[in-house]
Design a protein around this ligand. Structure first.
Ligand code: FAD
Length: 401
């Protein structure tokens, strides 16, 4: 019994799932709106990047996609500095942990294209583009998806259907799975900058009452920034003349990296917290942003999605080895149990951070500064924080080890 799996969404998480499941011998059909544009080299940097944890790096190595990411462009960072304007500061250093780096900054397109390149060499994977989803028939043994392609309607059956179609998952909607959450009333302004003092293999994050500013190192003297602030301020910053924007971002970073200069376009993304009420139905599993969307301040979104994928692969392989239906609720419940609590905890922690640092009440500010400084001096707490950010705490699915 090999098993057929239908995945909707070929973004970073869905493409990784297709690589992992085909490597396990499953027949995979991957539905994606359109094939990504993977031409390389390209001019400039993409504005969407991800801070990739050690656990995700391990997954990409296991899937055989890491060498292609390296061939394109990945930037390791060895240090991280988190500070608040009023004085509190914490520094993390890979050397203190005996690690070569804390993580890597990688453009989202580089990740997706390296995974698609692995898929292109897999005869077990059929890619279907441009199909419109019409309806879902959940079933523990043979769930099915009705789609329209051009004039044709088709019914695609499988042993399991995976929703990896992102935060606005249509498949989740067709399944009638509700989400809970709220808008953060913050938008993230995203762009590439050149820094006078170079990248120093360091990621920076400053907490301000209006929201955090993260500066993630790219090659040489370049940085990708994620500046979370009120929607009105984000639009204002996006429309400022380049010189005025350079001045504003240099000031916001307290010129720690010297003068900052805008390179290319700016993008604005609304931020929300969202969690699916359940991750599974008979014959269906949600992974990645289709299941949960968290604040980008800790750069964990795709890392959590990749761990979902790795855990789902683990339970599906186990079910096949025991000759159990892949889409049986008992099988999928194991996946949900392993991932939902962990994702909720990370989401709650990031939400708490965001609220704590969005507040300018003096006692809170003092407590925060004290907290950051204290954490900086307490070796074990600091190591715990950083291991958590590297995704190497707790029990990991085999693909992430
Ligand atoms: C400003 C910002 C910064 C971030 N920074 C980080 C970071 O540093 N580190 C980190 O880990 N995370 C970060 N994240 C989060 C991260 O980008 C997401 O968690 C990640 O993109 C989710 O991947 P995914 O594959 O689940 O979904 P997506 O990336 O949304 O991919 C979904 C895919 O499904 C396809 N699709 C959708 N609907 C259909 C359909 N009907 N039919 C076929 N295909 C469909 C889409 O075309 C797309 O390819 C950040 C997010 C934001 C907004």
């Amino acid at each position: 019994m090999s098993g057929e799996i239908l995945i909707v969404g070929g973004g970073m998480v869905g493409a990784a799932a297709a690589c992992a499941l085909s490597a396990e011998g499953f027949q995979v059909r991957l539905l994606e709106r359109q094939r990504p544009d993977c031409a390389w080299p390209r001019e400039g940097f993409e504005i969407r990047v991800s801070a990739i944890s050690r656990a995700s790096h391990n997954i990409f190595e296991h899937l055989g996609a890491w060498p292609e990411m390296v061939r394109r462009r990945v930037t390791p960072y060895e240090r991280m500095v988190v500070w608040e304007s009023a004085g509190g500061e914490i520094r993390f250093d890979a050397a203190e942990l005996g690690e070569p780096e804390l993580g890597h900054i990688i453009e989202n397109g580089v990740i997706q294209c390296a995974l698609w390149q692995v898929l292109a060499q897999r005869p077990e994977v059929e890619v279907i583009t441009g199909a419109e989803l019409l309806s879902l028939e959940p079933d523990a043994r043979r769930p099915a998806l009705r789609v329209r392609k051009g004039e044709q309607e088709e019914r695609l059956e499988a042993d399991l259907i995976v929703a990896a179609d992102g935060a606005r998952s249509q498949l989740r909607e067709l399944a009638g799975i509700e989400t809970r959450g709220w808008s953060y009333d913050q938008h993230a302004l995203v762009c590439t900058l050149r820094a006078e003092k170079g990248n120093q293999a360091t990621a920076w994050q400053r907490f301000m009452p209006s929201g955090p500013l993260a500066l993630l190192p790219l090659e040489k003297e370049y940085f990708s920034i994620v500046w979370s602030t009120s929607p009105a301020e984000a639009s204002r910053l996006a429309e400022l003349a380049p010189e005025a924007f350079n001045e504003a971002v240099t000031r916001a970073s307290e010129a720690r990296l010297g003068e900052l200069t805008l390179e290319g376009e700016r993008g604005v993304f609304p931020l929300r917290l969202q969690h699916a009420s359940r991750y599974i139905l008979p014959g269906l599993a949600l992974v990645g942003d289709a299941a949960h969307v968290i604040h980008p301040l800790a750069g964990q979104g795709v890392n959590l999605g990749l761990l979902d994928m790795a855990e789902l692969v683990r339970v599906v392989v186990e079910a096949r080895d025991r000759r159990r239906p892949l889409g049986h609720e008992q099988t999928l419940r194991k996946y949900e149990r392993a991932r939902k609590g962990e994702n909720l905890a990370m989401q709650a922690a990031m939400d708490g951070f965001k609220r704590l640092f969005s507040n300018d009440i003096t006692p809170l500010r003092l407590a925060r500064n004290l907290g950051l400084d204290l954490a900086d001096r307490l070796g074990p707490l600091k190591r715990l924080l950083v291991r958590n950010a590297m995704g190497t705490l707790g029990e990991l699915p085999p693909l992430a080890r």
